[in-house]
Design a protein around this ligand. Structure first.
Ligand SMILES: Cc1cc2nc3c(=O)[nH]c(=O)nc-3n(C[C@H](O)[C@H](O)[C@H](O)COP(=O)(O)OP(=O)(O)OC[C@H]3O[C@@H](n4cnc5c(N)ncnc54)[C@H](O)[C@@H]3O)c2cc1C
Length: 393
């Protein structure tokens, strides 16, 4: 293949597909869009292995506003992603998050709560006695309080959202191909061509890096380094002998261990401590992790979880930003037409509508026109200035 394309997107997961959609849907954009995806069945990318949850409970306003746009986007999905009058079903259901704090963590949780409410998030702070009253299944020993999202949080089918973005983008003229970006040619501080695994070359006006956990590889083709590494995360599915807990939010223990109902079961997980969090691209599940790390915490926090049985498990990869676990969005000062949409760590699914819109605005207008996401700029990475987000999972 040898052709000319206005925008090439490396990676067609939920982020690449959202960008393709917003670009082709932007009034005044009449360029060509080519999405190159190395794994068109999406068996290995982060999106299909995600939990698909959306929350407003971040500590950084930009992250809160991005998730708020996700909720608005889903509420108006028919306006954005319907084709010939048919709206895709992405299975969204509203369910709050419940962030629990230890006695020592109480002030930090209150601080986050103040930021969230100032940003318009519908989140309440609950004292330990209010927690006990509202969630009688919870052991509140050692807790200093909790924050509960009372609307605007929940979960969806991540794979369905990816496909909905992709189908609408294709409907509007974007082209998706089964290939791999294996290099690029740069001249004068710009990417001028992208090299494909099949031997073809595509001359391009811009290149978007949406390569998920492999984003650093694609950045390196243009001579740029980004601190994004593949880091494995396990999700465990368990069955509980006691009747299902009623009104169970996605609950995060102060240890970082989380759980939530999933159909007739529960899903749970926890990120490893930094010293054990190594770069890795395999999908092996370490079942001891559940027995040794997760179950003791679950049983301590919810007495009904004393008697549970592991039912299933899977592994996926965060595109982990080692600087600050936040997204990296925008252009690089050294390569003007290379756009980054990377490093989402554990919260990229919910940011996909806002990122798709933001990158499309940057490409078409050269500036953010709706939500300014410049707090997540590439420049902060170049400067080594972390943007601290306290609520990472
Ligand atoms: C276990 C787990 C749970 C999660 N839970 C949540 C959650 O509840 N909420 C949330 O918001 N986020 C969650 N996330 C994070 C979320 O899944 C990711 O941030 C999001 O899916 C990132 O989308 P992406 O398109 O960047 O990455 P991906 O889905 O990985 O897509 C990147 C694509 O790029 C392709 N690619 C890579 N290199 C090349 C190349 N050289 N050429 C062509 N194609 C290439 C890959 O094949 C891949 O399909 C979770 C992640 C995991 C692993």
């Amino acid at each position: 293949m040898s052709e000319n394309v206005d925008v090439v997107i490396a990676g067609g997961g939920v982020i690449g597909s959202a960008i393709a959609y917003f670009l082709t849907a932007t009034p005044g954009f009449d360029g060509s869009v080519l999405v190159v995806e190395r794994d068109p069945a999406y068996g290995q990318g982060s999106t299909a292995r995600s939990l698909g949850s959306i929350r407003q409970q971040f500590s950084e306003p930009t992250n809160i506003y991005m998730s708020q746009f996700a909720i608005e986007f889903i509420a108006r999905l028919h306006e954005y992603l319907s084709i010939d009058g048919r709206t895709p079903d992405v299975g969204f259901h509203e369910r709050g998050y419940l962030f629990l704090a230890s006695l020592e963590g109480r002030d930090a949780l209150r601080g986050n709560h103040a930021v969230q409410t100032a940003c318009g998030a519908d989140v309440v702070f609950l004292e330990p006695d209010a927690l006990a009253q509202r969630f009688p299944w919870l052991d509140t020993a050692g807790l200093g309080g909790g924050c509960l999202g009372t609307s605007g949080e929940g979960g969806l089918d991540a794979y369905a959202l990816l496909q909905a973005f992709r189908r609408k983008a294709e409907h509007l003229g974007a082209r998706f191909i089964d290939d791999k970006v294996v290099g690029c040619t740069c001249r004068g501080g710009r990417v001028v061509a992208v090299h494909l695994r099949d031997g073809g070359q595509v001359a391009c006006g811009s290149l978007v890096n949406a390569a998920g956990a492999r984003a650093a590889e694609v950045a390196a083709f243009a001579g740029v380094q980004i601190p994004v590494r593949p880091r494995k995360r396990f999700v465990f599915v368990f069955d509980c002998r006691a009747p299902m807990i009623e009104h169970c939010p996605l609950t995060i223990d102060p240890s970082g261990t989380y759980f939530r109902p999933e159909g007739a079961y529960y899903v749970c997980g926890v990120s490893p401590p930094p010293a054990e969090d190594h770069d890795c691209l395999d999908f092996d599940v370490d079942y001891r992790y559940f027995d040794e790390r997760i179950w003791p915490v679950l049983a301590g926090r919810v007495p009904a979880f004393e008697a549970i049985k592991l039912f299933n498990a899977w592994a996926g990869h965060y595109a982990y930003n080692t600087l600050d676990q936040n997204a990296i969005i925008g252009t690089h000062p050294a390569v003007a037409n290379l756009y980054f949409a990377n490093g989402f760590s554990g919260h990229g699914l919910q940011q996909s509508p806002a990122v798709g819109r933001a990158i499309a605005e940057l490409i078409v207008y050269g500036e953010y026109r709706t939500l300014d996401v410049s707090a997540l700029s590439v420049q902060r990475i170049v400067d080594g200035r972390p943007l601290r987000e306290h609520n990472v999972l």
